[in-house]
Design a protein around this ligand. Structure first.
Ligand SMILES: [Zn+2]
Ligand SMILES: [Zn+2]
Length: 353
């Protein structure tokens, strides 16, 4: 049974030496990372590692609420104290996508002039200007030099088609009722000029406007996609909300995705994979902006009942966050029961009235 908070055994100073762990990014980017942040985070590390400052911080946290198990904090000596910077990454990219060309056939324009130049490659075609990181919906773009005159496949180059109504005869047979001299009515066939073809047996081809030829052009779909993706070094790390809240920008710049330095940071490799995956074959990243945010973190690891437990001290404001084992579940259960009892009593009183 845990003792009440005011009856804590006196603290004996922790004998463990805190460690500082440098992140590979710090050496990799060096002065490109906000130097003020780096200096401040190192100073913070020194300050919290000094004498019993961390121990006091953690104990103050434990004692400040009846729901925290101060006894568990006092009783155990940490196994390891490790301070480091936690980095959070955001990559914003603009990807230009150009589809495979596809043919489109249109009636030959009245004033069509054939040309001699060879068709341009899809990626050599000029496209409209657009602002940096602007989204562009898939838009068809003509490939200059790709047009050629082809025979109309509907009329086989004739410009006209056999009239479907009269199958080319120019006349149609209709049954008409005829009254004979004796007054009897008979039905007789009668040939009449066909209306759709006006008796010619042929009708103009609509596909080619009766030219017998079509203009075939190659087009591709042009679009620009803006994406923002996030990653962190260890997605399973505890207290993600707090880390995110405490993090501040230490790097924001236009970057090249093929910069060999990124290979050393798996989280950045993951970001690059995320943004390039969908259009690996038909897209090119035009612009990329990398934002890195950071917050200092001190992890205090305890071994409780053979299990690793931890208390984290996060950010410059030294927010303390602990895992569940440092909460006093008996007190929490009592309060929960009291609250439940109050709710039930209130409900009964309301019904009674
Ligand atoms: Zn035609
Ligand atoms: Zn006809």
């Amino acid at each position: 049974m845990s003792r009440p908070n005011h009856d804590l055994t006196p603290i004996t100073a922790w004998s463990i030496t805190p460690e500082w762990q440098e992140h590979p990014l710090e050496a990799l980017l060096g002065s490109e990372l906000d130097p003020k942040y780096i200096a401040r985070s190192q100073a913070r590390g020194l300050a919290v590692h000094r004498s019993d400052s961390l121990q006091r911080m953690v104990l103050r946290w434990a004692k400040s609420s009846r729901f925290r198990n101060a006894q568990a904090v006092v009783e155990h000596e940490p196994q390891r104290i490790l301070s480091r910077n936690v980095f959070l990454y955001e990559l914003k990219t603009s990807t230009e996508v150009r589809s495979e060309p596809h043919a489109k056939r249109i009636p030959l324009p009245a004033r069509y002039v054939p040309h001699a130049e060879a068709p341009l490659d899809v990626w050599d075609v000029e496209v409209p200007e657009s602002a940096r990181f602007a989204q562009v919906k898939p838009t068809p773009i003509r490939i200059p030099g790709s047009d050629q005159v082809v025979v109309c496949e509907d009329c086989d180059g004739q410009g006209e088609l056999l009239c479907a109504e009269c199958t080319g005869r120019g006349t149609v047979e209709r049954m008409v009722k005829v009254r004979a001299a004796d007054g009897s009515v008979t039905t007789q066939p009668q040939e009449r000029a066909c209306t759709p073809c006006q008796g010619s047996g042929m009708i103009a081809c609509r596909r080619c406007n009766a030219r017998g030829e079509l203009l075939e052009e190659q087009l591709f779909l042009w679009s620009r996609i803006t994406q923002t993706v996030h990653a962190e070094d260890d997605p399973t790390a505890p207290h993600p909300g707090l880390l995110n809240q405490q993090a501040q920008v230490v790097f924001r710049d236009a970057v090249r995705l093929d910069d060999p330095r990124w290979k050393h940071i798996p989280a950045i490799v993951d970001l690059i994979t995320q943004v390039t995956r969908a259009h690996a074959h038909d897209g090119v990243v035009l612009d990329a902006e990398l934002t890195i945010r950071a917050t200092p973190l001190t992890d205090i690891t305890y071994l409780v009942g053979g299990r690793s437990r931890s208390i984290a001290v996060i950010g410059y404001t030294n927010v303390v966050a602990a895992d569940r084992s440092f909460y006093d579940w008996r007190s929490i259960a009592i309060v929960a029961l009291v609250v439940l009892a109050v709710i039930i009593t209130t409900a009964i009183v309301i019904v009674w009235r």
